[in-house]
Design a protein around this ligand. Structure first.
Ligand SMILES: [Fe+2]
Ligand SMILES: [Fe+2]
Length: 315
């Protein structure tokens, strides 16, 4: 962590944007100070009419996932090698990353509120539950496992926001398409940052880094909202309905999971790493064979067609 942390200023420069020129949620929403506000809201509401039931549910789930940011920040702050009292290094990275991420939930939440398509109270209850319930993602306090997880997750959110952008455009909702698009591009910048941390660690500690990668893939990368729930619904059940809806829409699928794993193997050049101890070599071989194995399993799994009535959708 000290080794990667020494270059954190350069990483921040490369992967985060200066606050003053960065986009803010308001840039993509009707301006409340303008006379035209109500008219703009009316247009916004009309534009969301063609969005499907599953689509709105998935967008709500995505928003809640973003809104559970306190969980992610406190988890990162607790990583080994991070000293909260130290205003430099890792603390600065985590705070600045959180500050960028905070705009995502903020923007999506405001858009959904204005759309009239969502039972906001039910959504807010789910958000409060998710933050209160936290998550259990199997990384512990280990930075290696953390950075595998964040690399994977930033890519997964890039994919899902990119797909919701495309679907919004197809439904004639250009503003929402822009919103999901700018969020997706933030996620890609963040993915590049976390991937670069892993690359740097691979240079100095390849065996342990590859073992951490193997461990995370064996456990499977669980989504940060896996504890998602609604009033009266058991923990985790809402999440599985949400993820079924995302599969049905093609917003985030098993195929995407495999593609992301494979892209990480390529980007980190895992197959070509030679200076590994015995355990590291076995881990590398396991990882390299993984995409093919997962594809075989994926061929056999079917996407449930069951339509589930989410409490989040306004009737
Ligand atoms: Fe985000
Ligand atoms: Fe993110």
């Amino acid at each position: 962590m000290r080794f990667v942390g020494e270059k954190i200023d350069a990483s921040m420069e490369e992967f985060l944007k200066p606050i003053e020129t960065n986009w803010q949620p308001t840039d993509f929403l009707p301006d409340t100070t303008k006379e035209t506000f109500l008219e703009e809201v009316k247009l916004l509401r009309e534009s969301t009419r063609e969005l499907s039931y599953d689509y709105v549910a998935v967008l709500v789930g995505d928003t809640i996932t973003e809104e559970a940011l306190p969980t992610y920040e406190s988890w990162l702050m607790d990583m080994e090698g991070v000293t909260q009292g130290d205003p430099h290094g890792w603390t600065r990275w985590i705070r600045s990353w959180t500050a960028e991420e905070n705009r995502h939930g903020d923007l999506l939440n405001k858009f959904l509120y204005l759309s009239g398509r969502v039972n906001m109270r039910a959504m807010e209850v789910s958000t409060q539950y998710l933050i209160a319930d936290g998550f259990d993602i199997g990384t512990g306090r280990d930075p290696y496992r953390n950075f595998i997880y964040t690399s994977f997750q930033e890519l997964a959110t890039n994919v899902s926001h990119r797909r919701t952008a495309t679907l919004a455009k197809q439904a004639g909702c250009t503003q929402l398409s822009k919103i999901c698009g700018v969020i997706a591009s933030d996620e890609m910048r963040h993915a590049k940052a976390y991937k670069s941390f892993v690359s740097q660690i691979l240079e100095v500690d390849p065996s342990e880094m590859v073992l951490a990668f193997e461990d995370m893939m064996r456990k499977k990368i669980v989504m940060p909202a896996h504890f998602l729930r609604e009033t009266g619904v058991k923990i985790g059940q809402t999440f599985s309905h949400f993820s079924d809806a995302a599969q049905r829409l093609g917003v985030y699928t098993t195929q995407d999971y495999i593609d992301i794993a494979e892209s990480l193997l390529v980007d980190w050049n895992i197959g070509a790493i030679t200076d590994l101890n015995d355990a590291g070599q076995r881990a590398r071989d396991y990882l390299m064979a993984l995409p093919t194995r997962l594809r075989r399993v994926a061929e056999r799994t079917k996407v449930p067609t069951l339509e589930y009535p989410f409490s989040w959708i306004a009737s």
